[in-house]
Write a protein of this length. Structure first.
Ligand SMILES: [Fe+2]
Length: 392
């Protein structure tokens, strides 16, 4: 039986689909049905299963089906909880009996999935992360911000997960809010309360002018060691797409012990294993350095940027370049803010899209979501020879 999909009301540039007639908690990873779903995921980037009732065990099994030899959560099992300096420490809690599945959310839950007693969850807020903040009056009027545009990935030692599964078990209710970009463009985006916002890495590449496409196809980024500790003392720009370069990062000598061999360098563009499309996949606030290869001999140098190649180590320069490349794709017309229904399960191509939490929640607005992604068994693949010839 073929799997039925229904397009979601998306910006025309971001493909995603609602999957009908499939129970995601009982998919056999070896079945034809799973193979079809896997193809659909890489083709559409985001799959939504409505009315899914899925245990943490089955959610882990579903994530694992996309990468059968992957075993551990994308940041390692039970690691973030012990690392107080990590910026994710306040928001992720590994479910005790299935530590690959993280509880995220807001408000108070009781005796939840093996967590004893009362537990307070904290919705990520731009107040703890951005350099500038909305005023109380703006927030009362329904304005909010993106919190952090990112992929789910440790970016040190562990490989970026192929997919993330996100299950909305308790969904907060309330009026829509308006994301304000506050970057001088006047851009705003109306979003359902606490929507997860998605932007396509494929579109991010396609929107680039020719000369930046050439940089992207020749470019690699190097992430800082323990990047989520490294940026913990810095502040983000108002669009949540980059950090301000103010020299506030934790000095490398003050980080937890790290090894050169575990530092990650990845291509700027990651090749979709099913469609062959190139997705611009860079986790902007964890990048420390950029490498750009020289143009191959015989290539036209007209209007070319970095024709002789470059190694950028100045954080302002690194961040300004990446921001110029990534900002167009988070413009309102390209962003899909998912309107969560209780028991929605989203599976998204974590190597093909960026996402951000949005919204401002009050302490009594309970949100309990289960997130599972797994440190991958392989590294992302960059552009091939044909891509280089086409875009360089
Ligand atoms: Fe995430």
């Amino acid at each position: 039986m073929s799997v039925e999909t229904v397009p979601l009301p998306l910006p025309p540039t971001l493909d995603a689909s609602k999957v009908k007639g499939v129970d995601p908690s009982s998919i056999d990873p070896n079945s034809e049905q799973f193979k079809e779903i896997e193809q659909l995921l890489y083709k559409h980037s985001i799959l939504v299963f409505r009315n899914a009732i899925i245990s943490p065990e089955r959610q882990f099994a579903l994530a694992k089906a996309f990468d059968p030899t992957a075993e551990n959560f994308g940041h390692g099992n039970n690691k973030i909880e012990k690392d107080k300096q990590n910026i994710l420490n306040r928001t992720l809690r590994g479910i005790p009996r299935v530590p690959q599945v993280q509880l995220i959310g807001n408000g108070i839950v009781h005796d939840y999935e093996g967590f004893p007693g009362e537990m307070r969850l904290e919705h990520p807020s731009h107040h703890t992360w951005h350099k500038t903040h909305l005023s109380p009056e703006d927030e009362a009027a329904g304005y909010t911000r993106f919190v952090r545009w990112h992929m789910d990935a440790a970016l040190y030692d562990l490989q970026p997960p192929r997919v993330t599964t996100l299950y909305g078990r308790v969904v907060p209710k309330g009026p829509k809010q308006i994301v304000r970009y506050d970057d001088g463009t006047g851009d705003e985006l109306e979003v359902p309360l606490a929507a997860t916002a998605y932007a396509s890495g494929k579109i991010m590449f396609e929107l680039l002018p020719r000369e930046l496409k050439s940089v992207a196809v020749r470019g690699r980024v190097q992430y800082a060691p323990h990047p989520y500790v490294w940026v913990s003392t810095a502040k983000a720009r108002s669009t949540a797409l980059a950090m301000e370069a103010e020299g506030k990062e934790v000095p490398l000598d003050n980080l937890p012990p790290w090894e050169e061999s575990k530092i990650q360098i990845t291509p700027m563009l990651w090749k979709n294993p099913v469609t062959g499309d190139l997705h611009f996949q860079v986790h902007p606030y964890c990048v420390a350095e950029v490498f750009i290869d020289a143009l191959p001999e015989g290539t036209s140098r007209d209007d070319a940027l970095y024709p002789d190649g470059a190694h950028l180590t100045d954080l302002q320069e690194v961040r300004d370049l990446l921001y110029k490349m990534q900002r167009p794709a988070i413009s309102p017309q390209f962003v899909y803010p998912h309107d969560w229904h209780e028991n929605d399960l989203i599976v998204f191509h974590n190597r093909g899209v960026m996402h951000s939490v949005t919204g401002t929640l009050q302490p009594d607005q309970v949100r309990a979501y289960h997130q599972c992604n797994l440190a991958a068994s392989d590294s992302p693949v960059g552009p091939d020879e044909e891509d280089m010839q086409k875009w360089v």
